[in-house]
Design a protein around this ligand. Structure first.
Ligand code: GDP
Ligand code: MG
Ligand code: ZN
Length: 406
């Protein structure tokens, strides 16, 4: 079977900083996703990273040994069959980068929650990330209990019990917990088997008017390129529904700062190759005719792309049926008060994130309130959008709840 060009499913790599997300992404895909100089210097992922991987199963081998990320079976050496191609989205785990993680969660179909075996569970971002995953409606996850090489068998089992109790408390009781060592690629076949069985490819809506969530945007010209030879701005993201083709006239919502908000698709590509048509699922990049000034440094991240004339308008005022989430840690106490008029909050819809001021808050029932928010920057909210809201606890922004935008 010929390898499909585009991945069919997006799987997030989430979890606390330093627990091994980027190392595991590299072990599976061969690609080191921390590539910006600032990320390399500081040793932490700052932006969303992404890499595609094809997953295979050997028809000859039994059990988890049959699974690998190479066409040649890693157990018997025979030719394996392609299961599917997957986009891995590597999220930053640092607490100051929760907004980036939440924007990534909007395009995920499932997630691998990486938890280091040599630390007590849950660490703060282990909980924050699982809450963000849950709020985003992601039901299917696998836990990679990483750094098994650093603990004794007894410690690993004790840590596993903590992880199990944590998952139960978050209503993810059936989640597989797979012990691995990402740095030496140990037990990855068992992880792949669990991912394959737990995170199915969702059904795709190919016929609706297309909508894409933009997760990253760039300028691809080298410094010093002559203006006449410049390539237009590039936007990367995931199509939520419908299809986009080379030549389509598209519209970006909210509009770019001053430049045009409509343009033409001049190219479509996956990580590895050019394609003519892109579908819902794995991340793609769209080459446009927009001045790259408007797309560089993730400037278009958070916008929504659709066909010209069919993109929902961006809004500055939102009314949200807010529902507070419960916490197990000390964050709970900090967030237990009701949302107040005048409070500044961080709002995420799709991959878009911005701050906003609460101009109306009315408690409707236990843990529910009608909240009106004036955003500092417009966000595109397609029908039935869910807004994810973070509040300032005095010790930084913490995920506090979500609600449908009316
Ligand atoms: P991230 O912040 O979750 O992306 O974590 P990284 O992948 O950047 O890894 C953080 C540190 O843990 C690095 O020094 C890795 O080399 C190390 N590390 C990752 N996986 C393992 C593992 O399985 N065993 C050991 N001993 N160290 C690991
Ligand atoms: Mg990382
Ligand atoms: Zn085999």
């Amino acid at each position: 079977m010929k390898k499909p060009a585009q991945a069919e499913v997006n799987i997030g790599m989430v979890g606390h900083v330093d627990h091994g997300k980027t190392t595991l992404t590299k072990a599976l895909t061969g690609k080191w996703t921390d590539t910006f100089s600032e990320e390399i210097k500081r040793g932490i992922s700052i932006r969303l990273g992404y890499a595609d991987v094809s997953m295979y199963k050997c028809p000859e081998c039994k059990g988890s040994e049959a699974y690998s990320v190479t066409e040649k079976c890693s157990s018997c050496g025979k030719k394996s069959q392609l299961l599917r191609k997957v986009s891995i989205v590597d999220a930053p785990g640092h607490e100051t980068l929760m907004a980036t993680m939440i924007s990534g969660a909007a395009i995920l179909d499932g997630a691998i929650l990486v938890i280091a075996a040599n630390e007590a569970c849950p660490q703060p971002q282990t909980e924050e990330h699982l809450e963000a995953i849950k709020i985003s409606g992601i039901k299917n996850i696998v836990v990679a209990q990483n750094k098994i090489d650093l603990v004794s068998r007894e410690e690993a089992l004790k840590n596993r019990e903590q992880i199990k109790a944590f998952l139960d408390s978050k209503e993810y009781p059936k989640t597989p917990i797979i012990p691995i060592t990402a740095s030496s690629k140990t037990n990855l076949d068992v992880l792949l088997e669990a991912v394959n069985e737990t995170i199915p490819t969702p059904e795709k809506d190919l016929e609706s008017a297309p909508l894409m969530f933009v997760a990253r945007s760039f300028e691809v010209n080298r410094p010093g390129t002559e203006p006449g030879k410049m390539t237009g701005g590039v936007v990367g993201g995931s199509i939520i529904k419908g299809r986009l083709k080379v030549g389509d006239e598209i519209e970006i919502s909210p509009p770019t700062e001053k430049g045009p908000s409509t343009t033409t698709i001049v190219s479509l590509s996956t990580e590895a190759e050019k394609i003519q048509e892109a579908r819902p699922g794995g991340l793609i990049a769209i080459g446009t005719l927009i001045d790259p000034f408007f797309s560089k440094n993730d400037k278009l991240k958070g916008s929504v792309i659709g066909l010209k004339g069919s993109v929902p308008e961006a809004r500055k005022t939102l009314e949200v049926d807010f529902h507070a989430i419960k916490r197990t840690t000390e964050v709970e106490k900090q967030l237990s008060s009701a949302i107040q008029k005048g409070e500044t909050v961080v709002v995420a819809i799709g991959t878009g994130v911005t701050t906003g001021k609460v101009t109306g808050a009315q408690k409707t029932q236990q843990e529910h309130s009608k909240v009106v928010i004036e955003l500092s920057r417009p966000l595109c909210a397609p029908p039935k959008s869910r807004a994810v809201i973070s509040r300032n606890t005095g010790k930084g922004w913490r995920l506090s709840g979500y609600g449908q935008v009316s």
